[in-house]
Design a protein around this ligand. Structure first.
Ligand code: AHR
Length: 320
C-alpha cells in the first residue's frame, strides 16, 4: 500500500500484488483519442499488453506534449521495466528521454518518430512509413487525373491540404511524400494548406475556411492527412452545396471503417491504409527488449491503398 502511494519507493515489480510480481511493467503514453485510428490503436495496445504477462500503466495525453512528458516522468519515478509512447510531436524530447536513459529504462516508440540528436535515447520505432503514405496518396491522384484527362478534364489541378497536428511526424512526412510525387507534374498545385489537428471537427472547420477563401469552383482536390478530417470536410463540402467525391475529389489516409463507408456512398475517392493494430508487434518487442535480446531499430507495418470501387467488398473485412 505504501509502495502504491510513494512513487518510486519500490523496485521494479515490487509495488504490485504478489500475483503480478513477474509481470513486465510497461508505461504507455498515448497521443489522445483524436481519431478512429487512435481508438483502434489504443484498443490494440490494451488487448496485447494484458496480465499476467504485462502490468500496463496507460496514460492519455489528450494531444498535449506536456502531458506526455509528465506521464514519462511518472513512469520513470515508478521504475517501470519499459516505456512505450507515441509522441504527439517530433521535437522536444531530449531531456526526458535522457532521464529515462539515466534510469536505465528502455524506450520503445510506437506509431510516431522523435527528432533527437542522440539515437541511443530510444531502442526502436514500430510504425508506418508516413512518407510512403503521402507518396501513395499522390500517386493515386496522378493516376486518377490521368484517367480523367482522356474524358476531357485536363486543366490545372488545385489541391487543398488538410494537415495533421503541427509538428507531428505523420503531418511532416505525409506532406513531404505527397509533394515529392505531385512535384513531378507542374499542373498540380497546393493552393491552401492548414492543420485540422487530425480531428473531424477541425477538419470540417478548416474545409469551410478553404471553401470560403477559394470559392465553390476554386478547389479540385482535397488531400486530408487522415480519414477523420476528410469525413469532417465532406460535411462542409455538402453544406456548401457541392458533391464530395465528384465536384471535389478526396484522398485521405488511415483506411478506417468510416472512410470505407464514405467511399461506398461515393463521397471519398481513395484512402491510403495506415495500420493501427500495432499491439501484438509491440508486445513482442517489449518481451525481447525486457529479455535483453537485440531488436530491429525500425519495424514497419504492411499497408495498401483502397478506392471507391473496392469499398463495398472490403468493408466487411475491416478490423478497425
Ligand atoms: O500517427 C498516426 C495518425 O494519428 C493517424 O493517421 C491519425 O488518424 C492519428 O490521429
Amino acid at each position: 500500500m505504501l509502495c502504491a502511494v510513494v512513487l518510486g519507493a519500490c523496485g521494479k515489480g515490487g509495488g504490485d500484488a504478489a500475483a503480478k510480481a513477474d509481470a513486465i511493467r510497461v508505461g504507455f503514453s498515448q497521443v489522445g483519442a483524436e481519431s478512429e485510428w487512435r481508438t483502434a490503436n489504443t484498443r490494440s495496445v490494451k488487448e496485447a499488453l494484458v496480465a499476467p504477462e504485462f502490468n500496463l500503466k496507460f496514460s492519455d495525453a489528450q494531444q498535449k506534449q506536456e502531458n506526455q512528458i509528465k506521464a514519462l516522468r511518472s513512469f520513470i519515478a515508478q521504475d517501470v521495466d519499459v516505456i512505450a509512447f507515441s509522441p504527439v510531436v517530433e521535437s522536444g524530447w531530449e531531456t526526458v528521454l535522457r532521464e529515462a536513459k539515466a534510469a536505465n529504462i528502455p524506450v520503445v516508440l510506437t506509431d510516431r518518430a522523435v527528432d533527437v540528436s542522440d539515437d541511443s535515447l530510444y531502442t526502436t520505432l514500430i510504425g508506418s512509413d508516413f512518407v510512403e503514405e503521402g507518396r501513395r496518396a499522390a500517386r493515386w491522384l496522378l493516376e486518377d487525373s490521368a484517367s480523367r484527362k482522356s474524358s476531357g478534364a485536363a486543366g490545372p489541378v488545385r489541391i487543398v491540404d488538410l494537415q495533421g497536428t503541427v509538428g507531428s511526424a505523420p503531418a511532416i512526412d505525409r506532406m513531404a511524400g505527397f509533394k515529392e510525387v505531385i512535384g513531378q507534374d507542374p499542373r498540380f498545385a497546393i493552393v491552401r494548406s492548414q492543420s485540422g489537428d487530425f480531428t473531424r471537427a477541425k477538419g470540417k472547420e478548416v474545409m469551410e475556411a478553404f471553401l470560403k477563401a477559394e470559392g465553390r469552383d476554386g478547389i479540385d482536390v482535397l488531400f486530408a492527412h487522415n480519414d477523420d478530417m476528410a469525413i469532417g470536410a465532406i460535411q462542409a463540402i455538402e453544406e456548401a452545396g457541392l458533391k464530395p467525391g465528384e465536384d471535389i475529389r478526396i484522398v485521405s489516409i488511415d483506411g478506417v471503417r468510416g472512410a470505407f463507408e464514405a467511399m461506398k456512398a461515393g463521397k471519398l475517392n481513395a484512402t491510403v491504409e495506415c495500420n493501427p493494430l500495432l499491439g501484438p508487434q509491440l508486445a513482442q518487442i517489449i518481451r525481447d527488449v525486457h529479455a535483453g535480446k537485440p531488436v530491429a531499430r525500425r519495424v514497419e507495418v504492411e499497408e495498401g491503398v483502397f478506392t471507391r470501387d473496392q469499398a463495398a467488398a472490403e468493408l466487411p473485412n475491416r478490423k478497425y
